[in-house]
Design a protein around this ligand. Structure first.
Ligand code: EPU
Length: 336
């Protein structure tokens, strides 16, 4: 676990922004992490813990220490007739974990196929797609507290999960490092297919089973979302805004086709991609920053973009959505 100096972050952020970090350290166990946290350089500098770098936008060189977990194990910790409990190291690539569960016929994470990033970050971000969120399958999150170097285990409810939200993004931001996550998967072959036409698409592949669900979701994502290995991006750039039902009804009168997801009796969620698309941004480009031509929610690095160029484009988009729809879009991506 040597400390590297002046490391290029080009391959540690899926946007492909070419910046450096003053220090960079990887560790592969909880014990190593606790030792790293004792290093003088680590104690006296700003720390940023990264996962797969799929939700970050670097605006400048990072003048502190980047930590990255290579804790990579999947361990069955218990099992009963209905369920299996797995502990998964924070550094396991999320989609490798999904593939493993599908292979074993364990149900729960298949709708989250092909989401980029690593397992620790998935538990921070409460990743979600096709009607499933991380919080539906996470039972516990194991961490090390930075201030005390002690281990703390968070229960699901202590993580305060919400839509792309958790305690690790809010009051405990930067205070705990996730080392592993406990998941509860089901052995019963009951799937969540309430997302639009998902079931029809799956049926086209033959029967509805775990393997076909995964393959269909991979195909849908590959069709709509650019591959970060080919074109830099961080998935959805903005969160889907939640607005009051009252305001939604007003918008729906003006825009009868406006898509929406039910949140509660008083709130509706509106797809940011649709709002941005309606403002005419799909496929547009400013400098080296662009809006993906198949999904307006995704901003892309057209080649050599700086973080500032991406932010400039994002701000122009926020301005037009605010003017046309009176809605403020919040970035899902973290600006660093
Ligand atoms: N739409 C448009 N134009 C666009 C994009 C979308 O009209 O350019 C419309 C679509 O036709 C559809 C609606 O907006 O009616 C929603 O689009 P989509 O199904 O693509 O999903 P989304 O709401 O844009 C969310 C998540 C994705 C997740 C999908 C599938 C957020 C911020 N994004 O996107 O998550 O994969 O649902 O469940 O909640 C991510 O977080 O990085 C991510 C990709």
């Amino acid at each position: 676990m040597p400390i590297k100096e002046n490391t290029s972050l080009l391959h540690y952020n899926t946007f492909g922004i070419d910046v450096n970090s003053k220090y960079y350290v990887e560790y592969d166990s909880v014990e190593e992490l606790r030792a790293v946290l004792q290093f003088e350089i680590v104690k006296s500098n700003q720390i940023l813990h990264i996962g797969g770098g799929s939700n970050l936008l670097f605006l400048n060189n990072f003048e502190g220490v980047i930590l990255h977990s290579t804790i990579r194990f999947i361990k069955k910790i218990s099992e009963n007739v209905d369920s299996v409990f797995l502990e998964v190291g924070a550094g396991i690539v999320w989609d490798d974990f999904v593939a493993y569960c599908v292979e074993k016929d364990w149900v729960g994470v298949e709708n989250l196929s092909l989401i980029p990033g690593e397992t620790g970050a998935a538990a921070v971000q409460n990743i979600g797609a096709y009607g499933v969120e991380g919080q539906d399958v996470i039972t516990e999150v194991k961490t090390v507290e930075l201030a005390t170097n002690s281990i703390r285990v968070f229960s699901n409810s202590e993580c305060r999960y919400g839509y792309r939200e958790s305690i690790f993004k809010n009051e405990f931001k930067g205070k705990y490092i996730i080392t592993s996550v406990i998941f509860k998967l089901s052995k019963n072959q009951v799937y969540k297919l309430n997302y639009q036409h998902l079931e029809d698409e799956i049926l086209k592949t033959g029967e509805v089973n775990l393997h076909n669900i995964r393959q269909t979701i991979i195909a849908i994502r590959q069709h709509k979302l650019p591959d970060p290995k080919v074109i830099g991006n961080a998935g959805s750039f903005f969160m889907n805004p939640v607005i009051s039902k009252k305001y939604f009804d007003e918008l729906q009168e003006k825009y009868p086709d406006i898509p929406h997801y039910f949140v509660s009796a008083t709130d509706e969620k509106v797809p940011a991609g649709w709002l941005i698309d309606q403002c005419g941004w799909k496929g547009k480009q400013i400098g080296n920053a662009g809006v993906h031509d198949k999904q307006a929610l995704v901003l892309v690095n057209k080649g050599g973009a700086t973080g500032a160029e991406i932010v400039f484009l994002a701000e122009q988009i926020q301005k037009s959505v605010k003017e046309k729809f009176g809605i403020e879009l919040q970035p899902e991506v973290n600006y660093i």
